[in-house]
Design a protein around this ligand. Structure first.
Ligand code: B16
Ligand code: MG
Length: 219
């Protein structure tokens, strides 16, 4: 049995912050007269803040100066942060706590691998930061998902090879990053969206502990 590494994405996997990102971006899009739907929002999942703005501007065929872009990036994050003020443990998605506890009880290394620069305060507010042996977020990487950098750093910090790392992801870009990094990708969400993942579950309540046990014991 080889030492494993369990790497969790944050937004859309541990907490349902995707809805807050969406609302914050929608405000900017509305101001710019850009039609930005929930379907468009899928393109932003797992993608950095800077790239997200570019995608929205491309959707609206809007060309903007760097100065304007910088202003909108600040505005978006300020708006997003207002949704985090009252965040607590109740925002943790169903089934997540049981898996984190099970992994800890079984002495499995756990890391966060998120594109978000707001990851640490979210883990603190939800009271689960102590579950993580390593935290790699948007402040630590230069290449955004689907580049595997964030997960490769996480696996390294946990002292495991990429082949023995297991990644939970809700975004297409994140699943691709795990696959490119030769890790086991577990998609959390809709099969139609995440079909590139090795395993797909609608949410964590659909994952049996025997499935996790098998991953731990896999050679
Ligand atoms: P921030 P994840 C990602 O987090 C989100 O999915 C994505 O929608 C967001 O744009 C990105 O973080 C950056 O977040 O603006 O807080 O730095 O899913 O990789 O945990
Ligand atoms: Mg995500």
């Amino acid at each position: 049995m080889k030492k494993k590494a369990f790497i969790f994405d944050l937004d859309g996997v541990i907490v349902d912050t995707a809805k807050y990102h969406y609302l914050a971006w929608q405000k900017i899009a509305t101001e710019l007269n850009i039609n930005f739907t929930l379907e468009h929002n899928e393109l932003l999942k797992g993608v950095s803040r800077v790239r997200s703005l570019d995608i929205i501007l491309e959707l609206g065929k809007v060309e903007a100066s760097q100065e304007d872009k910088n202003r909108w990036l600040i505005q978006k994050n300020e708006e997003y942060l207002t949704y985090l003020v009252d965040m607590d443990q109740s925002e943790i998605l169903p089934g997540v706590m049981s898996i984190l506890k099970f992994l800890k009880e079984n002495n499995q290394p756990i890391a966060l691998g998120s594109a978000s620069k707001n990851a640490r305060p979210i883990l603190e507010k939800t009271g689960i930061i102590h579950y993580f042996d390593a935290i790699v977020d948007g402040n630590d990487v230069t290449n955004a998902k689907p580049d595997p950098e964030v997960f490769l750093i996480a696996a390294k910090l946990l002292g495991t090879s990429p082949e023995n790392a297991i990644v939970f992801e809700d975004s297409v870009a994140g699943v691709q990053a795990a696959n490119i990094g030769k890790m086991t990708s577990i998609g959390i969400g809709e099969e139609a969206v995440l079909h590139e993942a090795k395993y797909i579950f609608k949410d964590f309540t659909h994952i049996e502990m025997s499935f996790i046990e098998n991953l731990i014991e896999k050679k």
